[in-house]
Each structure stands twice: as C-alpha cells, then as structure tokens.
Design a protein around this ligand. Sequence first.
Ligand SMILES: NC(=O)c1ccc[n+]([C@@H]2O[C@H](COP(=O)([O-])OP(=O)(O)OC[C@H]3O[C@@H](n4cnc5c(N)ncnc54)[C@H](OP(=O)(O)O)[C@@H]3O)[C@@H](O)[C@H]2O)c1
Length: 288
Amino acid sequence: MIVFVSGAGGRTGQSIVPALTAAGHTVRFLTRQTTYGGPLADLQGADPVVADLGSDTAIARVMKGVDAVYHIPPNMHPQEVAFGKRVVAAARDAGVTHVVYHSVLHPQVQALAHHWNKIFVEEALIESGLPYTILQPSSYMQNTAGDWKGISERGVHTLAFSTTARLSLVDLEDVAAVAARVIGHPEHYAAIYELAGPAMLSCEDKAAVLSDVLGRPVRAAQDSLEDFRGKAQAAGMPQHVIDTRAHMFAHYDAQGLSGNSNVLRWLLGRAPATYEQYARRELLPLVK
Ligand SMILES: NC(=O)c1ccc[n+]([C@@H]2O[C@H](COP(=O)([O-])OP(=O)(O)OC[C@H]3O[C@@H](n4cnc5c(N)ncnc54)[C@H](OP(=O)(O)O)[C@@H]3O)[C@@H](O)[C@H]2O)c1
C-alpha cells in the first residue's frame, strides 16, 4: 500500500516509518522541510512530502493516491485538534481505505491537555464513516534518552515529579510493530487498542535497572517544577509546552500513569519488551 504518515519527523515517526517500509509499504511521510535531511532521508521505500498540517489545500494535495493514513499528531501542538480533524476530512474526501490514529493512553483525562485534545480527534475519526484503528500508547521507554546526558555523565536520572510515582512504560519498537501489523488489515478496523508495557516503573525502579544494565551506579532525582520551568525557558521551549508539561508532571505526582499490557501482548503474539530489554538494546551501546 501507499501509506501517508503525518508528524513523521519526531521520535515516534522514526520508529513507525521504518516499521511500515519493512512491512513492504511505500511511505509518503509529511515534513515542512523543503529539503528534508532528517533521520528518514536515506530510508528505502520512504519519501518526504512537503506540507503544513495547518493548510487544507496542502493536506488535500498530499492525500491524493494514498491507500492508508497513519496520523501522528505533533507533540503538545496548540493546533492538535484542528490538525487531526483536517487529516480525517482529507482522508475521507480522498477515499482512503484505512486511517490509523496515533493517540495516547487515557485520552479521557482532562487534566492532561495533550491527552484530552486527542479525544476530540478520536471522536471525529469514529464519526467520519472511515475504517479506523486507534492506537493508545503509554509513555515511551525511549523518553529516557532525553535524560541521557545526566545519566551517562553524572549517574543521575532526573524527572520533574516524584521519584516514586509509577508510570506504565511501553517500548516504541513494540508500538511500531503493532502499527505495521494493523495497517490495512480489516480485522483491526473499528478498534481502539491501549498499548502499555509489562510493568509500571518509578524513576527509582528505572535507575536500578539502568545501574544494572550500564554497570555503573545511577540514582533517581527530582527537579522541582520551578527548576523545570527555569531550565525549559532557558532552552527556548514554547510557553504552552512548558505549561502542558508542568501540568503533566503534577498529574503524574498525584496519579502516576496506569496501564494494562494484555492487549499489546495479544497484538504482538509475544511478551511486550521490558525496560531492561530496551535499555540493553538502545542505551548500553551508547556507553563509551
Ligand atoms: N512521548 C511519549 O511518551 C508519547 C506516548 C504516547 C503518545 N505520544 C504522542 O505521540 C505524538 C508524537 O510525538 P513526537 O514526540 O514523536 O512528535 P514531535 O517530535 O513533537 O512532532 C513530530 C513532527 O511533527 C512535525 N510537525 C510539527 N508541526 C507541524 C505542522 N504544522 N505541520 C506539519 N508537520 C508538523 C515536525 O516535523 P517537521 O519539522 O519535519 O515538519 C515534527 O518533527 C504526540 O502527539 C504525543 O502525544 C507520545
């Protein structure tokens, strides 16, 4: 099939697009960069298409001749709902046969703005009349890589919420395997799948696994929300992203993020990857 993948330039797309090409699909991935030189540039079977998710005409244009759509919403984008509804409408107008929406675990939670936004896109997709599949991944194990400097240089894994708050984590490679398994397959139409990994882990739990895998001590630490805001502002993070993340950290402090891995196990036909397996595969090779 010819599969159109939006929001492909980030961490998610870098796993999803190769999984789709490996399954034999031709991928047209969306980017705003007129000369794309990102991580997917040399991938066989994947070509960039240039458009902005804010443009009706551009999205209608890139949707022509496409068999299936995999929509990845840019993370914490203020236009997330409008982008999603535009993709759904364009897919319907273009006669696309299947739309897979990369949502998130617990889009029902209003306190998490970037989760709650996704419920409106899920609603638009369900009511579009299109064959659809909604994937709801929990927090990626791969988010640890964003703190690699502190882990590798100082032996400290730092998050801006309690070191004992437990989150359901999923290996993004397992999510990508599911993406390749469901797209274009009618037995997965009209389905909503929660994709959670095998365990709920705190920062302390992760630090213990990292100490073992990396062969050096790693401890867990908590940044205050004030420190997080200061560092994020200094790094140039947009204010709405800082606010959304700060609310997310406060929510994790109070609630954690709970998920059940039964559906993922069934879809994969095997046990979902553990945090240790992820760390051995992706972090251990980074140790100098
Ligand atoms: N991180 C997690 O643990 C997790 C877990 C579950 C679900 N999710 C969800 O996964 C989704 C993707 O997250 P991510 O971190 O992979 O994405 P991301 O890096 O924020 O965004 C992906 C790409 O979207 C493109 N983009 C941004 N604005 C655009 C626009 N106006 N028009 C067209 N393209 C635009 C950018 O590519 P170009 O620069 O090439 O245009 C960007 O690289 C999010 O919605 C998030 O909520 C994340």
